[in-house]
Ligand binder design. Sequence first.
Ligand SMILES: *Cc1c(COP(=O)(O)O)cnc(C)c1O
Length: 399
Amino acid sequence: MLPYGRQSLDDADILAVVEVLKSDWLTTGPKIVEFEERFAACVGARCAVSFSSGTAALHGAAFASGLGPGDEAITTPMTFCATANCILYQGARPVFADVSSDTLGLDPQKVSQKLSSHTKAIIAVDYAGHPAALDELGKLGKQHGALLIEDASHALGAGYHGKRVGGIADMTVFSFHPVKHLTTGEGGMVTTNDTRLAETLRRFRNHGISSEVSTRQGSGQWFYEMVLLGFNYRLTDIACALGLSQLEKLAANLARRREIAAQYAEAFRDLPAIVAPTVREGVNPAWYLYPIRLQLEMLCCGRAEVFNALRAENMGVNVHYVPVHQHPYYRERFKSKESYPVAEDAYERLISLPMFHSMTAQDVEDVIHAVCKVMAHYQDQRAHAGKSQRSLCSSKAEN
Ligand SMILES: *Cc1c(COP(=O)(O)O)cnc(C)c1O
């Protein structure tokens, strides 16, 4: 089965980790600083603060934005639940706003309708690697005294109107989970140009302590102070060594993903039942995912049948995402009657095709072949069944 995403590690990565295992520092040593500095330079940000996961990094960003009980943060339903959960960690209220139908990123117009005197943050997601409407959202945030947090877990290496994702929003969050562009096993990062936010983030990830072990040892001091309630969200030197080694390959990795995306777009151009991801003017996506949407009106089946047929072709397709407000925890806790029609409609149609940098030419060809085969099958069935008899040709058409 060809997965929708996977990591690739080479001998240099393994050697880098082994070197740290033989050194004096397994955690909070020199590799952390090196990784953070190199990462910040790579994304064009002034500061980078590493965390033990992308989720911990989101928690740090939510904390640093000042979110607390009584506050609200506006976010998207079309994301992994961690994006919204970080608001709850701070005792604040997540307010969802619908997405734009082309990119499935937060719609600034919908966000503006949800802004209130309680709004402290806007948390956007660069869905599938396509940067959110950062200019518009940043402007809205500024007008209302809310910080823009960008969950760029999908978008390491993406470009936005001549700038790099990482140095644009007030805080940008990355994840180093194995399916992402760069992995440290588990890990995350917050980048920011604001040194005060960076200091808060550093304290938050280290129990709220105001100086770090390496600097204390360097100056021979035993004294430390806990100044806020933080967590142990530190990333290890072992993980940072892996991150540094992986960072070397980011450019080639992105180039390969862009090549695959172009091949997919070309191949699916003549399949009317497939809507390929849109790329807006001035944007260079990082292609974490390749989510297609099905024009179900042209098929004689639902998304489930197409999904299962692709799985039967050994394609490890997936669906990103079940909208956050539809998860039982959110439904039961908020009992909201609000709907987000664009996100909900997209959810019924989405299928993520395999997309990762180590895919071979043959892998890409296999995906294209499988998609064309399955589409042809369901479109033909529909043609035979005729428009008025859609129900005749549904469930068990394939396999
Ligand atoms: C992967 C991901 C996260 C969580 O990152 P972890 O490193 O797994 O904690 C958060 N938000 C989005 C959009 C993600 O894709």
